[in-house]
Design a protein around this ligand. Structure first.
Ligand SMILES: Nc1nc2c(ncn2[C@@H]2O[C@H](COP(=O)(O)OP(=O)(O)OP(=O)(O)O)[C@@H](O)[C@H]2O)c(=O)[nH]1
Length: 431
């Protein structure tokens, strides 16, 4: 090998060694060295722990508002999270006429309930005399027939048979009829009656006597007063439906109001919704309060509430219209008996008026017997006497029940209820 070649190889080796040393020095200079604080910060960073629980974040966090103001692009192109904008070439909506709804009419203010007009009530005294015309049918069949027979002078047996028939036809019943004939015979003979006027006087006396004028016919509807304390009188109005119970309760309320009394009506006839409605109308016409239950409610509960309310409001009388749609004795016992028992838990019952329809004759009597077994009937109201020629039922009812007829219904008018006075009644029959 020549010396030149050896020199060239030596130079190349020296150059390579120099390049290597320079590279090592530069690499050492670029290395980042951490200060002590920096080293600590790196050590303190939370480390991933494979065995830890998954940290839970609150559910569905509210998305931060899109920073529209920060957006750099303002050329209408959607940004991240924006809705795509409507393409510029999309169809534009024309202006269209939309029919406006009619102006809403504001409902007029409900007119204030007009104060119910209170009725003027006919005075209660002398009503039977005023209503005597209503007994026209009874008068022609009964009174005039008898007067015609008796006023004719001495009566033979046929005439007496005719008298008997007249009395029976007028529904006096056989027992009362026999009594009356016996009395008439003896009195006419004993007094030596000769003229129609005398005959009339005897007939009147005998008929009035048969009606037991001595019976107490006052309706016990005035309050119990004890010093300053006052408790209302409680009157139950009972009877089979359709006899005129509700009407009578309403008419009786008018009688009391006309007398300056305050009344409360209890609509315990809950079988017929219209009955409560009917009673409410009667009540409003005299400015009385009415206590009613829902249709089908327990009549005893309504009666109880009515009496309770009457005591709270300190009225003079509570009149309870009871249910009467009970054809079986057991049903009636249960229902009316319960009404009575329940009411008596808080107040004494002062009067139980049994309403009988005079036009039903013997049927009315059968009903009366059943009612008498259920409640202590203290008085009878005989309704529809204006519509029958059988006014004689008055005699029979009293005799059968031993209870006085206290009131009579002589029409559908609100004041067509009269106290029963034997003398005035007989006068009305005889004309
Ligand atoms: N002519 C006449 N009709 C009467 C008399 N009393 C009641 N009425 C009529 O008899 C019908 C029945 O009367 P209401 O009072 O509804 O009889 P009710 O017994 O209460 O019957 P319910 O309500 O069904 O229980 C009505 O049309 C009354 O106007 C009366 O003295 N004379």
């Amino acid at each position: 090998m020549s010396t030149t070649v050896i020199v060239i190889i030596a130079v190349v080796l020296v150059l390579l060694a120099l390049a290597l040393v320079t590279g090592v020095i530069l690499a050492k200079r670029r290395r980042v060295s951490l200060t002590d604080t920096e080293k600590k910060a790196v050590e303190d960073r939370p480390k991933y722990q494979a065995g830890g629980a998954i940290s839970l974040a609150p559910a569905k966090p509210a998305l931060p508002e899109h920073p529209v103001a920060d957006r750099t692009e303002v050329d209408g192109q959607p940004g991240v999270g924006d809705d795509a904008s409507v393409p510029r070439d999309s169809e534009k909506r024309e202006i269209v006429d939309i029919p406006l709804p009619d102006a809403v009419e504001t409902a007029p203010e409900p007119a204030a309930e007009p104060e119910p007009e209170l009725d003027e009530i006919e005075p209660t005294s002398g009503r039977l005399e005023r209503l005597r015309g209503k007994l026209a049918r009874s008068r022609s069949g009964f009174g005039q027939g008898l007067l015609g027979l008796l006023g004719a002078g001495d009566l033979d047996e046929d005439s007496w048979t005719e008298v008997e028939d007249t009395l029976l036809l007028a529904d006096l019943g056989s027992a009362t009829t026999n009594d009356i004939i016996e009395k008439l015979r003896s009195e006419l003979t004993a007094r030596g009656v000769r003229t129609p006027e005398q005959a009339r006087a005897v007939l009147r006396e005998v008929l009035v006597g048969a009606l037991h004028p001595e019976m107490d016919r006052a309706v016990r509807a005035l309050p119990h007063v004890n010093g300053d304390a006052k408790k209302p009188a409680v009157v139950l109005v009972a009877g089979v439906n359709g006899t005129g119970k509700t009407t009578t309760t309403g008419k009786l309320a008018r009688v009391l109001v006309a007398d300056g009394r305050t009344v409360l009506l209890g609509a315990a006839d809950t079988f017929r919704a219209a009955a409560a409605e009917q009673l409410a109308t009667w009540a409003s016409r005299v400015g009385a309060e009415v206590v009613r239950g829902k249709e089908g409610a327990d009549p005893a509960a309504v009666a109880f509430d009515a009496v309770k309310r009457g005591a709270e409001t300190s009225v003079d009388a509570v009149l309870v219209d009871t249910a009467g749609r009970l054809h079986t004795k057991t049903g009636l016992m249960d229902e009316l008996g319960k009404v009575k028992r329940v009411v008596e838990k808080q107040a004494e019952i002062d009067e139980v008026l049994l309403v009988l329809d005079a036009t039903t004759g013997q049927n009315g009597l059968t009903q009366a017997r059943v009612f008498r077994e259920v409640v202590d009937v203290t008085g009878i109201v005989l309704t529809k006497l204006d519509g029958t020629a059988k006014g004689g039922i008055v005699f029979q009812v009293q005799r059968e029940l031993g209870v006085p007829v206290k009131l009579v219904g002589l029409g559908e008018g609100p004041d067509d209820l009269a106290p029963f006075e034997p003398g005035a009644f007989v006068d009305a029959l005889l004309g």
